[in-house]
Write a protein that binds this ligand. Structure first.
Ligand code: SAH
Ligand code: DHB
Ligand code: MG
Length: 224
């Protein structure tokens, strides 16, 4: 098994199953041209996000970590008319690229992009009485995943779907010698999930164009 093979299989899947989408292609190209790090979800992962939004019938989606808005546009593609997506990004330069990509995709009226440290934005949203979200995609800085999970629960209702990206990190999570802050954050996320009776969750390893990683999927069961 090799990266080359995983990438080639991703290409096989994308060529067959994903319809051409000029707005998504333009968003990827503009993000690359602006020098954003190449860490957006792959196209087939993006399609999974769209499908999860549709399968759940989500009307209110929250994303943590916008980057250039690539996953944001995929999530928004799954929404019905009149639905809303809030996405949080720390870096104003990345947010400016995302904003243009979102406008080009014709989604400016659907997507509310808020710039700042997500923990602060989440606290402000909660204090302002933000309505609960139907689906939350956690994909910002991994160090803060435990905090993001806690705020996500406060912004959830029974039935809210939680998705956490990058929860395997090439197996780094099980290496006791790995004390990287990213890995520590992801481990903290698992520990919190394990101790949290209000959430039923699993995680699935993935290989593909972005290497060996994985995503967590959960459902918020009850408010108590
Ligand atoms: N969801 C994107 C990728 C996000 S990469 C996609 O798949 O297309 C992670 C993003 O989180 C980066 O853009 C980074 O700037 C942002 N980020 C890092 N720390 C953050 C923080 N404290 N608050 C909000 N966003 C943060
Ligand atoms: C990386 C990948 C991601 O999907 C992400 O959200 C952040 C970082 C990475 O590979 O470094
Ligand atoms: Mg990610």
């Amino acid at each position: 098994m090799s990266q080359e093979l995983w990438t080639a299989v991703d290409e096989y899947i994308c060529e067959r199953l994903l319809a051409p989408d000029s707005a998504l292609d333009a968003a990827a190209a503009a993000s690359e041209a602006a020098g954003l790090p190449p860490i957006a979800v792959t196209a087939n992962q993006g399609k999974l996000l769209e499908l999860l939004v549709r399968i759940h019938g989500a009307q209110r989606v929250l994303e943590l970590g916008t980057l250039g808005g690539y996953s944001t546009i995929w999530l928004a593609r799954g929404l019905p008319a009149g639905a809303r997506l809030v996405t949080l990004e720390l870096d104003p330069g990345y947010a400016a690229v995302a904003s243009e990509n979102i406008a080009r995709a014709g989604l400016s009226g659907v997507i509310d992009l808020r710039v700042g440290p997500a923990l602060e934005t989440l606290a402000a949203m909660h204090a302002d009485g933000e309505e609960p979200f139907d689906l939350i995609f956690i994909d910002a800085d991994k160090q803060n995943y435990p905090g993001y999970l806690e705020w996500s629960l406060k912004l959830s209702r029974p039935g809210t779907v939680l998705i956490g990206d990058n929860v395997v990190r090439a197996g780094g999570i099980i290496d006791p010698a790995n004390d990287d802050a990213v890995v520590q954050g992801v481990r903290g996320f698992y520990e919190l999930l394990a101790d949290e009776p209000r959430v039923d969750a699993t995680a699935v390893q993935t290989v593909g164009g972005k290497g060996h990683d994985g995503f967590a999927l959960g459902i918020f069961n009850r408010r108590d």
